[in-house]
Write a protein that binds this ligand. Structure first.
Ligand code: NZQ
Ligand code: ZN
Length: 388
């Protein structure tokens, strides 16, 4: 056992803290010759919490075009309208202002704007269809959760076919991201809980595999998990307390910016199964992870036992052979955030979900996921059924 080989690349500049909007003009100008910017956002929360006003004041010397209405779980058809605006006005810099959905949506927009064919075929992994370039973009993060502000991946939905597909590539890193913990104050409790859960599961997906000799990466993961456990009750109680909000925000970014995966084994099958629950039933992303994750850990207990024991001991302070207890602690952590962990807590029409997911995975050839590429489709079916 040794440290696995790895490439580590992350070009996103982070501007972390208060009152940094004044630096936006200089940051934008370093990436475009133009003064035109397309500002993309969601359903309007930025107009209620002051983000929009502060942003517009800082960009008063720019020609601003706006695109609003990017949904939670951003929709392909909506995003294609923004692609048209970019082409019509020949815009070459975009600002994403929002949570993971807006930032992911913008990653799609900037890549699709530079793509000649049907961009959905790229997400379908049609042979020969790839995004190779993108327009530059920056992000103003308003919801600590996904890490999209410092990574190059995105997840795009198409509700007409009930699909949710991933995309990405080096051209999809934000040029810069502004992380101001103040934004946490206006978040509904449900979204704070979602953010904590998503960051926790991102860390577990890159940690609960098998031991490697990358001691630092394992301890960074444990540090994020412990910080989230300490931070969660405080930030839920008082979202305006910036010291806790700041810790949540940095944990969420660090949990999925390429650091944790360096030199270790990673899994991601919880995410791939869970994305289907959002696609089929519209359940919030983080909640689908809380439904699937613990059941996947149980089904793959023999693969993950050593790391589950390490997690139980180092993160939860448990003793010896504590793998199952560590899974129970994880479930309790989600319940303490008022995140239910069974599918029936969210929808009534869950019968047939497992079979449908297996059918989709079969069609896509996703037969061997997980850190050892040995997650069989029968196991996927069992995991989903155990999650009902
Ligand atoms: O629409 P707006 O007005 O922005 O309101 C949003 C939305 O209703 C609201 N909100 C955001 N910031 C707020 C706020 N409300 C009040 N005050 C604020 N400061 O919160 C709601 C949810 O926002 P959304 O962006 O959907 O949440 P999240 O950040 O959890 O993103 C979820 C999306 O990211 C994808 C998920 O699949 C899902 O589509 N993911 C992206 C990843 C990536 N790019 O690396 C990884 C993740 O695993 C995940 O799959
Ligand atoms: Zn996630």
């Amino acid at each position: 056992m040794t440290v696995n080989n790895f490439d580590y690349y992350n070009p996103t500049k982070i501007l972390f803290g208060k009152d940094l909007y004044g630096r936006l003009p200089e940051e934008i100008k370093s990436h475009t010759q133009q003064t035109k910017v397309l500002v993309c956002y969601g359903g309007g929360s930025i107009k209620l919490n002051g983000v929009y006003d502060r942003l517009m004041a800082s960009l008063k010397d720019f020609e601003i075009h706006e695109f609003s209405g990017i949904e939670a779980n951003p929709e392909y058809t909506t995003l294609m309208k923004a692609v048209e605006i970019i082409r019509l006005h020949q815009i070459d810099f975009v600002l994403a202002v929002g949570g993971g959905s807006v930032i992911d949506g913008v990653k799609f927009i900037v890549a699709a704007a530079k793509y000649d064919g049907d961009p959905w075929e790229v997400l379908q992994r049609k042979p020969g269809c790839v995004f190779e370039e993108a327009i530059g973009f920056g992000a103003i993060l308003t919801l600590p959760a996904t890490g999209s502000e410092m990574n190059s991946g995105a997840v795009i939905s198409r509700s007409e076919t009930k699909e949710k597909r991933t995309m990405g590539g080096p051209m999809c890193f934000p040029k810069f991201s502004v992380l101001d913990p103040k934004v946490v104050a206006s978040l509904p409790q449900k979204q704070i809980a979602n953010g904590i859960t998503d960051a926790f599961m991102h860390t577990l997906e890159q940690y609960l595999t098998y031991p490697t000799w990358n001691l630092l990466q394992e301890r960074i993961a444990e540090g994020i998990l412990q910080t989230l456990i300490e931070t969660a009750p405080e930030v839920m109680k008082n979202p305006s307390d910036e010291k806790w909000a700041a810790n949540l925000m940095w944990c969420a970014t660090m949990a999925l910016n390429g650091t944790l995966r360096a030199g270790v084994a990673y899994d991601w099958s919880t995410h791939m199964i869970a994305h289907e629950l959002t696609a089929l039933h519209g359940i919030d992303h983080a909640r689908t992870l809380a439904i699937i994750g613990p059941n996947l850990f149980r089904i793959k207990l023999s693969n993950k036992r050593e790391k589950l024991n390490q997690y139980g001991q180092r993160v939860w302070g448990l003793q010896d052979d504590c793998a199952e207890e560590a899974i129970n602690k994880t479930i309790q952590f989600f319940h303490d955030l008022s995140i239910p962990t069974r599918l029936q807590d969210y929808v009534n029409n869950y019968e047939g979900t497992a079979e449908e997911i297996v059918k989709r995975f079969e069609q896509r050839g996703w037969e061997n996921m997980g850190e050892r590429q040995d997650l069989r489709l029968e196991e996927v079916e069992q995991i989903v059924k155990n999650s009902y």
